[in-house]
Design a protein around this ligand. Structure first.
Ligand code: ZN
Length: 109
């Protein structure tokens, strides 16, 4: 059982939260320009990281606010909890690269 520290409410039992998938998956700037494959990759393809992984969580039975968590997928150690919109701790540059990777080619011309 995890003890999750909600940024608004403080430490609470894991049963009060719901997992929301991988964090920092940017919505495409121009979805109409995507091929079917690119759209499918945006919708369904996620990293399957062994180790530190940035995830979205919602405090569903508390403040009902979403936040991000950096959690080790092997040990379940919670390494950081941070608000939506904030960069992944220690990976500010990687967040920019992730956003660029989901942008269709030519969209930034
Ligand atoms: Zn909360």
């Amino acid at each position: 059982m995890l003890l999750i520290s909600c940024p608004n409410c403080g430490p609470r039992d894991e049963t009060e939260f719901h997992y929301g998938g991988q964090a920092h998956v940017a919505y495409p700037e121009n979805p109409d320009a995507l091929t079917d494959r690119q759209w499918a990759e945006y919708l369904f393809y996620r990293d399957n990281t062994k180790g530190a992984f940035a995830e979205r969580w919602v405090h569903s039975t508390g403040c009902r606010q979403w936040f991000n968590m950096l959690r080790d997928t092997v040990s379940y150690d919670i390494q950081a909890i941070y608000k939506m919109g904030e960069p992944r701790p220690g990976m500010e540059r990687a967040v920019v690269n992730t956003t660029a990777a989901t942008t269709p080619e030519g969209a930034r011309k």
